[in-house]
Structures are given as structure tokens and as C-alpha cells.
Design a protein around this ligand. Structure first.
Ligand code: GDP
Ligand code: MG
Length: 552
């Protein structure tokens, strides 16, 4: 195609040259024609003038002859002289005519010569144009041949490069296989050594234990012979419970006393073997599936794997590297949404807590109340889930644990009027925060919507900027269903942030990544247990590492 286009361009160029040539020729011819006409006219005028001059000369001679004849004054000779004059006149006329004929012939010859020269010039120009045209065609053919040669060379080069790349790839694969085999061999050797070491240690320990037991038996026998045994005092019962009141000033439980967040989150053991593999389509698909099975949702899983693969396709990656990449990618998605519950100078700050039944609202309110209390804030809690008596009692228990007042109303009473009373009390006692629990009967969505709207309406009578936060509590074990819950609650309330509970109770948790990716709502905290201090600030990197099982 390119070749034909080139040739076409060149042909257009040579035809435009012909145009130029034609114009030049026509222009030149026009001017030459005018010059010949003028010259012919001038020649004719000269001949005429010469004839006049000759006539004048003849007249003068005639006059002179007449005068001479007169001077000789031979009257009788007059007739003869007249005859002679007549003869001289005729001769002179003849001479003048001959001269004129000669001049006219010369002028004609000149015009003919000019005409011939012009013809020759025209013929030469035509010949030049033909030659130029031939040359252009030859050039085009040359160019075509060169282009074809270049294309052939390029293709040959491409083939060579492809072959080289294939050879390099094959060599690399062989090398990889060799390295993998080497690594596998090393791992086997290491494992064998480790096993040998362990069995040696075990044997040693058995021998030591045996010796100690023998010694102890001997000593015991000696003591028994010497003393009366004292009554045994029971060992103090070791509690595995975590402290009830968390210390927000910064002291945390020592890592040995309680499994770390990482461990509790997914409850996974760190991998023991290292796997290396070339990142290819197949592997990417597998990674995607993996993320999808971790509740991440198709879109987010695709985004994560695509970003991971960028610039790394064909590279060999170890499990550790893949995990790190994945964790970093997930953390990057979550970073912008990791924000603690914002605290405002306006008090009481009203926090409305919404979510489906059983998602963990009441528990989360208890944990939040406890944390804020520990941070020196005065907190009031309103038991807005008046639908179930058990819900009210449950919140009262949490209030006692956290040491904050819980405002309740009779079962079945209007949660909005309870919220109004709670506002009044919170204002009266100068509370910093008012946490309002709500019911989560999603099966009757319009009732719930009306109930929440009414609560908002009445608290706005007290403070038109309230509620300052609408926290949506989601249960991590519900997986992708949490995505629907966010949509529904965004429809019926003004969700300002999320808390995800029960991340200790699932091996998945990927839905939180999907939520961050899809909605961009702030994630304030995560629930990692049923105890009062099992509510952690959301740390994206820590979460991502835990989700993929990466240990830094
Ligand atoms: N493992 C675990 N259980 C939780 C967590 N948060 C809440 N729960 C439990 O989930 C159940 C429902 O919680 P609740 O606060 O009553 O949910 P509500 O209906 O939304 O108020 C209770 O048994 C809680 O102990 C959490 O972070 N981890
Ligand atoms: Mg509840």
C-alpha cells in the first residue's frame, strides 16, 4: 500500500512538471512571434526608403544631365540628348527595382531562418520534456525496487529478532527450570537437615528428660524419707480475657499476651515454601479468581491484578513478591478511605448508627462509647432499636461496661421521640457525643426509611446540623452482600462512613476492598472480636497485608 501511494505521489509530481513546461513553451513562443513581425515591417520600410533615395539620386542626375546638356546648349542635340536621358532614366529604374528585389529576398531569407530556429527550439523542448518524463518513470521504478528491497530487509530483520527472542526465551525457560530444580533440591536438603537436627534435638531432650526424671525420683525418695508433705496451694487461674477497659493513651497489650491483629484477622499461618513463577495470562487469571473468591468482586479483582501485572508480565515472581505487590495494590486502593471518625467542635456531636439486624451496631456502639470515654469524652447512648426488648437490654449491658448512660424507652415506642429526649439530655449535661442505636429491619424497607427520616427530623429541631455522622455498620461475613447493603442504606440515609465488623470471623474480607473501590466512603474502624476493645482503627497496609497473608 505504502509503495503505491509513493508511486502515485511521484506521478503527480512529474505531471505537474509537464504543466510547468507547457506554460513556459507557450509563453516563450508568443514573444518570439511579435519580434519577427516588427523586423519584417522594418525591412520593408528600409527598402521603400532606399527606392526613394535612388529615385532622388536619378532625379538629381537627370537634372545634372539636363543642366549639362543645357550648358552645352546644343539646340539641335536636344532630341538626341532627350533620348539619352530617357535611356539613363530607364536604366536607373531598372537598377532601383533590382536593388529592391534583392532587399526583399534577404528579408524573406531572414524570416525563414528565424522560423527554422523556432521550430528547432520547439523540437528540442519537446525532446527535453520527453526525456524528463522517461527519467521520472525510471526514478519511480527505482524507488519501488528500493522500497521492496527495504521491506524485504525489514522482514528479514524482524524474523531474525523474533527468532532471537524465541531462542532467548527458550534459554531463559531452561535456566528458570534449572533454578527451580536447584531451589527445590535446596529446599529438600534444608528440610532434611532440619528434620535431622530436630530428631537429634528430640533424642537429646528425651535423654535429658530421662536423666532429670531419674534425678527427681531419687531426690523425691530422699525427701519422702525425711519430711511430711505440706498441703498443695492451687495455682492462680490464668485469665485469657483481654482487659475490659482499653487504654487510648497509647499503651497496647504486649504482643505475646494476645494474638496480633494480623493473626486474629484472617487466622492464617505464614506460608512455609517459596514458589516462583513467570507472570503470564494463566497466572493472572488464577490471581483474579483468587481475589474473587476472597469476596473482592470481579471489578476490583480485575483492577488489582491488572495493576499488579503492569510492567511485570513475563517476569518471574516469588510468592512473597506477589503478595507484596498485591498487598501494596490493595493498600493503595484503601489508603484514601482510611479515616478515623471525625470529631467536631460542636457538641453534642450526634452519631446515628445504622445497618441491618445482626451486623454489629449495638456491639460497635458499646465499643465506641468505651473508647471515647477512655479518651476523656462524655458520651450519652440512646437505645433507638425499640423494636426488640432484648436489644435495649443488650445496649444497657454495654453501657455499664463502658461506663456511659444509656437512654431507653419502652419496647415498641417511637424511636424518634427517644432520640429527641436523648438530644435534650445530652445538651443538658454538656455531653460531647450522642450515639444513637437504630433498628435494622430491612425486610420492611419503607418503614425503616420513615423511621430513620423521622429520627433525623426531630434531632434537627435541636440542632439543624445533626446528625453529624451516619455510621453504616457492615458484617464482613456477609461477603459481597455488603455491597448491596451500602447501596440500600445510601438510598434511605445519608451514610457518612463505614465500620466493618467480624473481620476476625472470616477468611475473606475482600469485600472491604470492593467497598473502598466502589463507593469511596470513609472506613472509620473494623471490628475484630466481641470484646469491648476489639474495635481497631482501620490501617490500610496492615489490613492489606493481613488479607493476602503477607508478613513484612
Ligand atoms: N466475632 C465478632 N463478632 C461480632 C463483632 N461485632 C459484633 N459481633 C457479634 O455479632 C452479633 C450481633 O451483634 P449486634 O451488635 O447485636 O448487632 P446489631 O443487630 O446490628 O445490633 C453479636 O453476637 C456480636 O457479639 C466482631 O467484630 N467480631
Ligand atoms: Mg442491635
Amino acid at each position: 500500500m505504502a509503495f503505491f501511494k509513493k508511486l502515485k505521489d511521484r506521478l503527480f509530481k512529474s505531471s505537474s512538471k509537464i504543466d510547468e513546461g507547457l506554460e513556459a513553451i507557450v509563453g516563450d513562443g508568443g514573444t518570439e512571434d511579435a519580434v519577427v513581425e516588427i523586423e519584417a515591417q522594418e525591412a520593408a520600410l528600409a527598402i521603400e526608403a532606399d527606392a526613394e533615395a535612388a529615385q532622388e539620386r536619378v532625379q538629381a542626375e537627370k537634372d545634372a544631365a539636363a543642366e549639362a546638356l543645357a550648358q552645352q546648349a546644343a539646340q539641335e542635340e536636344a532630341a538626341r540628348l532627350a533620348a539619352e536621358v530617357e535611356a539613363a532614366e530607364a536604366e536607373a529604374r531598372e537598377a532601383a527595382a533590382a536593388l529592391a528585389r534583392e532587399e526583399a529576398r534577404k528579408a524573406q531569407e531572414l524570416a525563414a531562418a528565424e522560423q527554422a530556429a523556432k521550430e528547432a527550439a520547439r523540437a528540442e523542448a519537446a525532446e527535453r520534456a520527453r526525456a524528463a518524463e522517461d527519467q521520472a518513470i525510471r526514478d519511480a521504478a527505482d524507488e519501488a525496487a528500493k522500497a521492496a528491497a527495504r521491506e524485504a530487509a525489514r522482514q528479514a530483520e524482524e524474523t531474525r529478532l523474533r527468532e532471537e527472542a524465541a531462542a532467548a526465551e527458550a534459554a531463559r525457560l531452561i535456566e528458570e527450570q534449572r533454578l527451580a530444580a536447584q531451589e527445590a533440591q535446596k529446599a529438600i536438603e534444608a528440610r532434611q537437615q532440619e528434620e535431622a537436627r530436630r530428631s537429634a534435638e528430640k533424642a537429646q531432650r528425651a535423654a535429658d528428660a530421662q536423666a532429670a526424671a531419674e534425678q527427681e525420683a531419687q531426690a523425691e525418695a530422699t525427701r519422702a524419707a525425711a519430711e511430711v508433705p505440706a498441703p498443695a496451694t492451687p495455682e492462680p487461674l490464668k485469665t485469657t480475657l483481654t482487659p475490659v477497659a482499653p487504654d487510648l493513651a497509647g499503651t497496647t497489650a504486649p504482643p505475646a499476651a494476645k494474638p496480633g491483629l494480623l493473626g486474629r484477622l484472617m487466622g492464617r499461618a505464614a506460608p512455609k515454601t517459596v514458589v516462583r513463577r513467570v507472570l503470564d495470562d494463566e497466572m493472572l487469571e488464577q490471581l483474579e479468581e483468587l481475589l474473587i473468591t476472597a469476596d473482592m468482586g470481579v471489578d476490583t479483582a480485575l483492577r488489582v491484578t491488572a495493576n499488579m501485572a503492569e510492567g511485570r508480565f513475563g517476569k518471574k515472581l516469588s510468592v512473597g513478591e506477589i503478595k507484596q505487590l498485591m498487598a501494596d495494590e490493595i493498600a493503595r486502593i484503601m489508603e484514601p478511605v482510611a479515616r478515623p471518625l471525625p470529631l467536631y467542635p460542636k457538641t453534642p456531636q450526634v452519631v446515628l448508627v445504622v445497618g441491618v439486624n445482626g451486623s454489629g451496631k449495638t456491639t460497635t456502639i458499646g465499643k465506641l462509647a468505651s473508647q471515647f470515654k477512655a479518651a476523656g469524652k462524655s458520651v450519652v447512648v440512646a437505645a433507638g432499636d425499640t423494636f426488640r426488648a432484648a436489644a435495649v437490654e443488650q445496649l444497657q449491658v454495654w453501657g455499664e461496661r463502658a461506663g456511659v448512660p444509656v437512654l431507653t424507652a419502652a419496647q415498641g415506642s417511637d424511636p424518634a421521640s427517644l432520640a429527641f429526649d436523648a438530644m435534650t439530655q445530652a445538651e443538658a449535661q454538656g455531653a460531647d457525643l450522642l450515639l444513637i442505636d437504630t433498628a435494622g429491619r430491612l425486610q420492611n424497607r419503607s418503614d425503616l426509611m420513615e423511621e430513620l427520616a423521622k429520627i433525623v427530623r426531630v434531632i434537627r429541631k435541636k440542632d439543624e446540623t445533626a446528625p453529624h455522622n451516619t455510621l453504616l455498620v457492615l458484617d464482613a461475613t456477609t461477603g459481597q452482600n455488603a455491597v448491596n447493603q451500602v447501596k440500600v442504606f445510601q438510598d434511605i440515609s445519608d451514610v457518612s462512613g463505614l465500620v466493618m465488623t467480624k473481620l476476625d470471623g472470616t477468611a475473606k474480607g475482600g469485600v472491604l476492598v470492593a467497598l473502598a473501590d466502589k463507593f469511596g466512603l470513609p472506613i472509620h474502624a473494623i471490628g475484630v472480636g466481641e470484646q469491648i476493645d476489639d474495635l481497631s482503627p482501620f490501617d490500610p497496609q496492615e489490613f492489606a497485608d493481613a488479607l493476602v497473608g503477607y508478613e513484612r
